[in-house]
Design a protein around this ligand. Structure first.
Ligand code: G3H
Length: 235
């Protein structure tokens, strides 16, 4: 498990790598691209390779023995459309394929409809079926202040290991305020992952300083090599 960065630790582009979940989730990814992504994850010493479920087994094969996490996402990018049973079944299948962590979309519509028990049970079902750390993508900008509080509380009750501000830059550009909001509410054992449009070293550092322990980004290589202009967002 990652730990929060100490305020006196000097961060450089190179020392950021262990905090980065190196993400490649796109339409039409080929086997060559996915293998290259996994190899890049090893080469730069990233925390995880985050890939679509359909490529988890190939990535797990490349990462075997490295200690690097094999991460995937479900109910994403179309957050909130999958049934609870479907999510639990997919989680199980991802873990069988080699996933060691899963990011999940949450049922924002149910939350907004006051279906709090269903919102929590949807997450709890995945937690139980997967048996690996689950990160909930809370899409904070889409929630009212009351809904945010409820989403965080219910996610924690459901057993989420990580609270994540958003699923992508289309929803929120990761920022220290959102991270600090989640960190302030995360009890012992629950951590915060920042994601969404993380493209520069400075932005990455500000998120870690705010208390995030993981950064989800498709610009990992650009960040650790300080070549932000070479980045293209994956989704
Ligand atoms: O975990 C979420 C993604 O890594 C965000 O990727 P992005 O760099 O395209 O915003």
């Amino acid at each position: 498990m990652s730990t929060a960065i100490q305020s006196d630790v000097d961060l450089t582009p190179e020392t950021l790598a262990p905090y980065i979940q190196h993400t490649l989730i796109d339409v039409g990814i080929t086997r060559d691209q996915i293998v290259a992504h996994a190899e890049e994850t090893i080469r730069y010493g990233f925390n995880a390779a985050m890939v679509p479920g359909s490529w988890v087994s190939e990535v797990a094969e490349v990462l075997r023995g490295t200690g690097i996490a094999v991460a995937s996402a479900l109910d994403f990018p179309t957050v909130g459309v999958t049934t609870s049973a479907g999510k639990a079944a997919e989680a199980e299948s991802l873990v069988r394929a080699g996933a060691t962590q899963i990011d999940i979309g949450v049922q924002i519509g149910w939350l907004k409809s006051g279906r709090y028990d269903a919102f929590r049970d949807d997450i709890a079902g995945v937690v139980k079926a997967a048996g690996v750390p689950i990160k909930v993508m809370l899409e904070l900008p889409l929630l009212t202040p009351e809904e945010r509080e409820a989403a965080v509380e219910l996610s924690i009750e459901a057993g989420a290991a990580f609270l994540k501000n958003s699923s992508s830059g289309a929803v929120e550009i990761a920022n220290p305020d959102s991270v600090a909001y989640l960190v302030a509410r995360a009890p012992e054992g629950v951590q915060v992952k920042a994601s969404g449009g993380i493209k520069s070293f400075e932005q990455a550092v500000s998120l870690l300083r705010a208390g995030a322990v993981l950064l989800g980004t498709s610009a990992g290589v650009a960040i650790v090599t300080n070549k932000a202009d070479e980045h293209t967002t994956s989704y």
